[in-house]
Design a protein around this ligand. Structure first.
Ligand SMILES: Cc1ncc(COP(=O)(O)O)c(C=O)c1O
Length: 416
């Protein structure tokens, strides 16, 4: 007998398949990993296409119309990005290849030999590994703890700042638990103490309101592929002046033709930059309505799971988090086995960016959880293309997979 489409998808033999649900057609598997990356919005693809075709000029070619058109398109994108984060001067936006490069440029570029950096235990590896490398080269690094909900106390940041501190780096929104840090208070402290403030906002830009002026942010990392734009392009906001009026000096990490105010040499990827600008504008225009929609879907999923299963625990702050983020622990469940059983739903245990490393989540460990709880946790990332019907089908699949694993293990024991 031929397998049903749903069974074929579960067997992992077909990438995309159909499943009949309540009279509708649904594509499988359902994508709930929008923190790892997002689908490029069709409106973004459309904006990019001419720049792969007839408008193929180099934005640094100043002698002809091909170059002028490319440059004009890049400058529009720069304005779109600056406006999305409240930067008054579009030339404070420096294009890079992504948030990893932006984090490296901010941290390496702002920390002199023997300088001191203050950061947080739940940061992305693009920040933590960069700091670790600087420490091997003689820098002093303070890695601050978070509370059990994932928040760093701004007072702790204040206490960690010394005469040698060059930079404070605290992320805007966490990539695993979606927790939002208290940027405005940290920015005020940095301003008062004359220290540069960098925030990795790869998960936050386009999802929550950000205002670099009001928040006292000097350096801010962005990634296009987290906000329905293309992979391979990002930006670093580099304010021209520090809060005390002195020039903000950053050491370039890539040398060459002196592009991007001399801070990041290399020919600009014009089609990607155009898509990045369009993507961020769409996010800003749709932010309020989309946040409300995602909050409803998330609440529905949590309600379904909690009603149907005992031993479901939310990781991270219940309210101070991205609207599309759920990070859950399931008592008596091995998350890795759960994820491989769950063929209809694409979810993950944590950051895709650190998946080359076999360790369990450093973020959940920083919240004080033991290995059993950390190993029973999954991250669910809802996004622009997630539908209400998908949430119902994904909830059914998750409930069934958790129950099946528990039955194999002989039931649920009291936990944690
Ligand atoms: C918070 C954060 N910072 C940095 C990165 C790296 O971004 P990119 O893939 O653009 O290098 C990610 C990607 O997961 C992220 O979530």
């Amino acid at each position: 007998m031929a397998p049903t489409p749903g069974a074929r998808a579960r067997n992992g033999k077909t990438g995309l398949d159909f499943n009949t649900t309540k009279g509708g057609l649904l594509k499988l598997p359902i994508y709930l990993d929008n923190h790892a990356t997002t689908r490029v919005d069709p409106r973004v693809v459309e904006a990019m296409l001419p720049f792969f075709g007839e408008d193929y000029g180099n934005a640094a070619s100043h002698n002809h119309v091909f170059g002028w058109r490319a440059e004009a398109a890049v400058e529009i994108a720069r304005e779109e990005l600056a406006s999305a984060i409240g930067a008054a001067d579009p030339h404070e936006i420096i294009f890079t290849s992504g948030a990893t490069e932006s984090d490296n440029l901010a941290i390496r570029g702002a920390t002199p030999q023997g300088g001191h950096v203050v950061t947080v235990a739940t940061e992305h590896p693009a920040v933590l590994d960069t700091c670790e490398d600087l420490a091997r080269r003689g820098a002093a690094i303070s890695v601050l703890p978070v509370d059990s909900k994932g928040i760093v106390d701004p007072e702790r940041v204040a206490r960690a700042i010394t005469e040698r501190t060059a930079l404070v780096s605290v992320m805007a929104a966490n990539s695993e638990i979606g927790v939002l840090q208290r940027l405005e208070e940290i920015g005020r402290i940095c301003r008062e103490r004359g220290v540069l403030f960098h925030t990795d906002a790869a998960q936050a830009v386009g999802k929550i309101p950000l205002d670099v002026e009001a928040m006292g942010i000097d350096l801010l990392s962005i990634s296009a592929h987290k906000l329905y734009g293309p992979k391979g392009v990002g930006a670093l906001l580099v304010r021209r002046r520090r809060s005390d009026g002195r020039r903000l000096r950053l050491l370039p990490q890539l040398r060459g033709g002196g592009h991007e105010r001399g801070l990041r040499s290399g020919t600009l990827p014009v089609p990607l930059i155009v898509g990045f600008g369009r993507a961020v504008s769409l996010c800003v225009a749709e932010m309020d309505a989309e946040a409300k929609r995602l909050l409803r879907l998330r609440a529905r999923m949590l309600e379904r799971l909690s009603e149907s299963l005992p031993g479901v625990f939310l990781n991270g702050h219940p309210e101070r988090r991205l609207p599309g983020n759920l990070n859950l622990s399931f008592a008596d469940v091995e998350a890795d086995a759960l994820i491989s059983d769950l063929k209809e739903v694409a979810v993950s245990t944590g950051s895709a960016c650190s998946s080359a490393k076999p360790e369990t989540s450093h973020v959940l460990r920083a919240l004080g959880y033991d290995e059993t709880r950390v190993r029973s946790s999954i991250r669910l990332g809802l996004g622009r293309f997630t539908t209400a019907e998908e949430i119902e089908v994904a909830s059914d699949a998750l409930i069934a997979a958790v129950a099946a694993q528990r039955a194999r293990r002989g039931g649920t024991r009291p936990w944690p």
